[in-house]
Design a protein around this ligand. Sequence first.
Ligand code: DAK
Length: 258
Amino acid sequence: MTFETLILEKKATIAVITLNRPAVLNALSNTLTKELGAALQDCAHDEAIGAVVLTGSEKAFAAGADIGEMKDKTYTEAYLEDFITTSWEEISKFRKPIIAAVSGFALGGGNEIAMMCDFILASDTAKFGQPEISLGIIPGAGGTQRLTHAIGKAKAMEMILTGRMISAEEAEKAGLVSRVIPAAELQAEAEKVATKIAGFSRPSVLMAKEAVNKAFETTLAEGVKFERRLFQSTFATEDQKEGMAAFVEKRKPVFKHR
Ligand code: DAK
C-alpha cells in the first residue's frame, strides 16, 4: 500500500510505519491520521504481521496536530465532523503490539499518539511535551489522561499547564518511556524488539496486551480475575503445549499462533 504522508514497510513478521511530512515536522494532518488508520487496518488484517513499529524522523516523531489546518476551524465544524477523533482511535484500538520509536519532538498530538502505543522507546534526542496551552487550547487526544496515568499528577499537571518539554532522560525517570537508546541505534533496536514479540505465540501476546490495558480500566480485584480467565484460556492453545514441550525437551519452541 502506498500513502502520501507515511511509509508502510513490511519486514517479515513486523511492519514499520514511518510518519513522513518532513517539511512540517510530521504535523498530524487529517490526511495523515486517516492514512495512519488505514495502514494500521492493513497490518491488523495481515496474518504475517505480529507487531508494528511506529516512527518518525530523526528531528521529529511528530510536532503535534497540523496547526495550519486547525486554526480556522469553528466549533460547529469540529463537533459535526467529530474532529479527527475517529481515525485517531485506530491506534488505541489496534490489537497487535505497537511500539513507538521516538526521536526528536513528540509534542501535543505527537506525544498523544506515542502514548497510545503499547510502549515508547526513545532516542537520547527525544523531547516530549503537551504545548497546547500556548495555542489557547488543551490536549484533545487523551493527553490529560494518558500522561497523568504514565507519570503522575505533579509532572503531568506541570507539563500541561506550562507547556514545558521534557528530555528523554527525564521521560525515562518519570516512566513515560521504557528505555532510552542512542539515536543511531533506535530504529534497529525497535525493530529487534518488535521481531522478538512477533515470534511469540500471537494469542498470548494479544491476551497479555489486553490484560495490561485492563489495569487502566478496572479495579485490582476485577483485573486479577480477568487476567486469571485469560491465563487459563492459554491452555486451550496449541502454542501453550508447544512452548512447554519445547522447554522440557530443551529446544526452541515453534509457535504456530494457534
Ligand atoms: N503544525 C503545522 N506546522 C508545524 C507544526 C505543527 N504542529 N510544527 C512545526 N511546523 C512547521 C513550522 O511551521 C515550520 O514550517 P515552515 O515555517 O518551515 O514552513 C516547520 O514545521 C519547521 O518548524 P520550525 O521552524 O518551528 O522548527 P524549530 O526547530 O525552530 O522548532 C518546534 C520546532 C517543534 C519547537 C516548533 O516547530 C513548534 O513549536 N511546533 C508546534 C508545536 C505545537 O504546538 N504542537 C501542538 C499542536 S496542538 C484532537 C487530537 C489531537 C489534537 C487536537 C485534537 N482531537 C482528536 C480532537 C492535537 C493538538 C495539537 O497537537
